[in-house]
Ligand binder design. Structure first.
Ligand code: KPL
Length: 297
């Protein structure tokens, strides 16, 4: 049994990692590359803690078949254009799973695909792509799936169960909003700092100024999360979470640093920008995050 065909929109590091896992689970994903072209693409993976590289060939999208299951892993700022390009092929029976950094893309998906089911996920897996286009799985993390609309929660639960049954390591989280905010906090406190200090995630823990910036960012995010009502403020808890992710993904080049080094647009407006917007709405000062947004935005 192959199960449903998953189309993967966004074949960066995380999209490729999940496409690879779906393929290993026998699910034959179809990749939707930015530019239509070859009928298949070859990807080269280095599994976590391995020196070996594995090669895999993936079928690409044919550009017209209706899409029943869509994994959205494009950069947050590419969501609008990427979804608009497949919108006509999504219907009332389609399921979208957004697995992206940042917040605000669910609103875009619901606006563009109002009759499809939009589920959300959060992952702390660390992966990056080298110049030679190899995907390096540099840090093992966790992946949660859920839904922000109560009526879609059973669908999110059954999706994670069916992926688990195929050996994929994902979990259903009935409180996915908390996970999304935790991930936003992680991205606010790690990604921009790796750009400012031009270092891998783990090196942030060794640079005293970076560490104190990280603490300040976490305090501000904690205050906003409390204001939004998603996390009871236990002082220092978020800082510990962020440090543990930086340690677990220490060898990884954050996605924002990969983008900055390649001269591409970054997700700063969907990460720090989103946080600052919420802080302003709630009247919470977020000076450290505002300074970062001014520097990198
Ligand atoms: O999400 C990430 C990213 O790089 O975007 C982390 C978890 C920080 C891993 O690098």
């Amino acid at each position: 049994m192959n199960g449903p065909t998953w189309h993967v929109l966004g074949v960066g590091a995380i999209g490729s990692l999940f496409a690879w896992r779906l393929a290993e689970a026998g699910m034959r994903p179809r990749l939707i590359p930015r530019h239509q072209g070859a009928a298949q693409v070859n990807l080269r993976f280095q599994p976590f803690a391995s020196h070996e590289f594995l090669n895999s060939t993936f079928a690409t999208d044919d550009g017209h078949t209706p899409i029943s299951h869509l994994l959205v892993t494009v950069k947050a700022h590419q969501t609008q254009a990427a979804l608009a390009s497949v919108q006509q092929r999504l219907g009332s029976g389609s399921t979208l799973l957004l697995l992206q950094n940042g917040m605000g893309t669910l609103d875009i998906a619901q606006r563009l695909c109002p009759i499809s089911a939009c589920l959300v996920g959060s992952t702390t897996e660390g992966a990056h792509r080298t110049q030679a286009k190899s995907i390096i799985h540099a840090g093992v993390g966790n992946t949660w799936i859920g839904a922000l609309q109560p009526e879609l929660q059973p669908q999110a639960r059954s999706l994670s169960q069916s992926w688990q049954a195929r050996g994929l390591e994902v979990q259903y989280d009935p409180n996915i909003l908390q996970r999304l905010w935790d991930k936003l906090a992680i991205n606010c406190a790690i990604n921009p700092l790796t750009v400012i200090y031009n270092c891998n995630n783990g090196q942030l823990l060794e640079i005293p100024r970076a560490l104190s910036d990280m603490r300040a960012i976490c305090c501000e995010v904690e205050a906003v999360m409390a204001g939004v009502g998603v996390r009871k403020p236990i002082p220092g808890q978020l800082f510990e979470l962020v440090k543990s992710v930086a340690k677990r993904t220490s060898g990884n080049v954050s996605s924002m640093l990969q983008d900055a080094r390649a001269g591409r647009a970054t997700e700063i407006h969907f990460i720090t920008g989103y946080l600052v917007e919420r802080a302003d709405t709630l009247g919470i000062p977020a000076e450290q995050n505002k300074a970062i947004l001014a520097q990198l935005g």
